[in-house]
Design a protein around this ligand. Structure first.
Ligand SMILES: Cc1ncc(COP(=O)(O)O)c(C=O)c1O
Length: 304
């Protein structure tokens, strides 16, 4: 992987009042390894050096709709390294081919191992077993979050991002917000919007970032991966108004909360807020399939 030469656009999202809201379109960094996934994987893969290994292998973990599984499968294909996905939910073994994310990963030649939810939760044991079985593999944690990922996130920041008072990102496993907190310029406030109700996130982010100069705010909207009608409406309205499509699990939920915060005066008058669009649009297809089954409104995707 190379640092792309494209300049990632920072676009203003016009909102009423004196707060200035901007979005950095990190989702445009790569067509398949989108948004923060690109940067979280960047140093993981460059430190691995597959050319010096007899049996290189990428192993990672994720749920059925995981953006990270999709990204690692694409990375494996592009880097010419076999990939193994440890997938939560043994029931998927017989119906993974109905799931667009896993279908895509399969097309990238990722192999799967389906595990029960209890096995998946005990990742320490799982990782030890995998290390024993595949001693040359690069085992990337769930969501890609580790110290190498945090290092990679510094590339989401540049001279231009220094002029904003607030840096905002959605939070799943915490690596992205940890990287922003670690590498933000002096005086910038970093806010993470939690899409997972995980009490241990604060401590985890603090330990990865080596600082507590961040705050985490709830953006779960009924639970991780749960998609409320409010969020679907918000995403569809946002796309219609600003021409930017967001995923319903991360960036969509973060932006919905940022809009509420702006309305309620959370940000001081005249302050500037930069929200990162962290990608994950591949998940929309799977989300829409579920919504269709439930006979609910879908996320509108305008194909260009
Ligand atoms: C689209 C998207 N945004 C945000 C996040 C949250 O990032 P992190 O897991 O580093 O907190 C993820 C998960 O990787 C994601 O897929």
């Amino acid at each position: 992987m190379r640092i792309p030469e494209i300049e990632i656009p920072v676009v203003q999202i016009p909102v009423p009042g004196t707060v200035k809201l901007f979005m950095k379109r990190e989702d445009l960094i790569h067509p398949e390894i989108s948004g923060n996934k690109f940067w979280k994987l960047f140093y993981n893969i460059s430190q691995y050096q597959p050319q010096h290994r007899e049996n290189p292998l990428l192993i990672t973990f994720g749920g059925a709709y995981s953006n990270h599984i999709a990204a690692v499968s694409a990375l494996g294909r592009l880097a010419g390294i076999p990939a193994l996905g440890i997938i939560r939910g043994e029931e998927l073994e017989y119906r993974w081919f109905h799931n667009p994310t896993l279908q895509y990963a399969h097309e990238n030649e990722m192999k799967f191992r389906f595990v029960t939810r209890a096995e998946y939760r005990d990742k320490e044991t799982l990782t030890l077993l995998l290390q024993e079985q595949f001693p040359e593999a690069l085992i990337i944690p769930e969501g890609g979050t580790n110290e190498a990922a945090v290092q990679g996130v510094q590339h989401m920041l540049n001279e231009q991002t220094k002029r904003f008072d607030y840096l905002c990102t959605a939070v799943g496993t915490g690596g992205t917000v940890a990287g922003l907190a670690k590498f933000a310029a002096a005086g910038q406030r970093v806010i993470g919007y939690k899409t997972v109700a995980d009490q241990s996130l604060e401590r985890k982010v603090q330990s990865l970032a080596g600082t507590d100069r961040f705050e985490l705010i709830d953006a779960t909207f009924g639970g991780y991966g749960k998609i409320s009608d409010e969020i679907i409406r918000f995403i569809n309205d946002f796309d219609e108004e600003y021409g930017i499509l967001m995923d319903p699990v991360y960036t969509g939920k973060m932006m919905a909360i940022i809009f509420k915060q702006i309305e309620s005066g959370y940000f001081p008058d005249g302050s500037s807020v930069l929200a990162f669009h962290t990608g994950g649009l591949q998940g929309i297809e799977g989300a829409n399939e579920l919504l269709r089954k439930q006979k609910r409104q879908e996320i509108k995707v305008v194909k260009s």
